[in-house]
Design a protein around this ligand. Structure first.
Ligand code: FE
Length: 211
C-alpha cells in the first residue's frame, strides 16, 4: 500500500448538508437507511444524533490514553487489564457499544502488536472512538496481515528485526487495544502527562509512543 492517509472519518457527520460537495455512494446509502429507520419508527432522529455526537465528540482516544497511562503506573490495574480488559476499562467508566469483549495486548521489546479488522472495521469504540478512514480501507485491511512490517513502514514505523510483529484480527466478538511501551525518561510523570503522550495510532499499533 502507499502512504496511509490520516483522514478522520467524516462519513457519519451531518455537516456535509451545508457544503456543495456531492454525496458519495456510501453517504447516500447511509442517508437512505437513516430515513427508512426513522420513517418506520425504529429509531428517533434525536437518538441517532445523540449517538453520533457522543462518538464524535465525547468518546475518543483520550479514553484509551488514560487506560494506557494507568496500566503503566498501576501494576494491579495492569494485571486486571490483562485478565479482563472489558471489566478493567469499565472500572474507569468506559464501556458501551463495540467494547463488550475487549482484549488488551501489550507491546514489549520482543513483540509489537498491530490491530486490524480484515472483514470490515471492528474497533474498540469506548476507548478509541470511531475508527480512522485508513483503518477501514481495503489496502490496510488486506496488507496488514500479509506484510505488516511494510505497512508499519508506510506509517513511518521501522521496528528492529528482533521485534516480532503480531497481527490481531478484530471481530464482532473481540476488539483489541494495544498497550504501547512506556517511553524512557518518564519516571515520576503524572497520569495526565503520560496520557498526553499516547496517541490513537499507538493504541492500534501503527505507531509507538515517544516523549
Ligand atoms: Fe469488522
Amino acid at each position: 500500500m502507499g502512504a496511509a492517509p490520516i483522514i478522520e472519518n467524516k462519513a457519519m457527520t451531518t455537516d456535509h448538508e451545508h457544503s456543495d460537495r456531492p454525496l458519495s455512494d456510501i453517504e447516500i446509502r447511509v442517508k437512505a437507511l437513516e430515513s427508512l429507520l426513522i420513517d418506520k419508527g425504529y429509531v428517533h432522529p434525536d437518538t441517532l444524533e445523540r449517538l453520533i455526537q457522543t462518538y464524535e465528540h465525547e468518546v475518543g482516544p483520550h479514553h484509551g490514553a488514560r487506560v494506557v497511562a494507568r496500566a503503566w503506573t498501576d501494576e494491579s490495574f495492569a494485571e486486571h487489564l490483562r485478565a479482563d480488559a472489558t471489566a478493567a476499562v469499565a472500572s474507569m467508566g468506559y464501556s458501551g457499544r463495540q467494547g463488550e469483549h475487549l482484549v488488551a495486548v501489550e507491546n514489549t521489546p520482543e513483540q509489537h502488536n498491530l490491530v486490524v479488522c480484515t472483514l470490515c472495521s471492528c474497533y474498540p469504540w469506548p476507548v478509541l472512538g470511531l475508527p480512522p478512514a485508513w483503518y477501514k480501507s481495503s489496502a490496510f485491511r488486506s496488507q496488514a496481515v500479509i506484510r505488516p512490517r511494510e505497512v508499519l513502514r508506510t506509517f513511518g514505523l521501522n521496528l528492529p528485526e528482533s521485534t516480532q510483529v503480531r497481527v490481531w484480527d478484530s471481530t464482532a466478538e473481540i476488539r483489541y487495544l494495544v498497550i504501547p511501551m512506556r517511553p524512557e525518561g518518564t519516571q515520576g510523570w503524572s497520569l495526565e502527562a503520560l496520557a498526553g503522550l499516547v496517541n490513537r495510532d499507538s493504541m492500534i499499533g501503527t505507531a509507538v509512543v515517544s516523549r
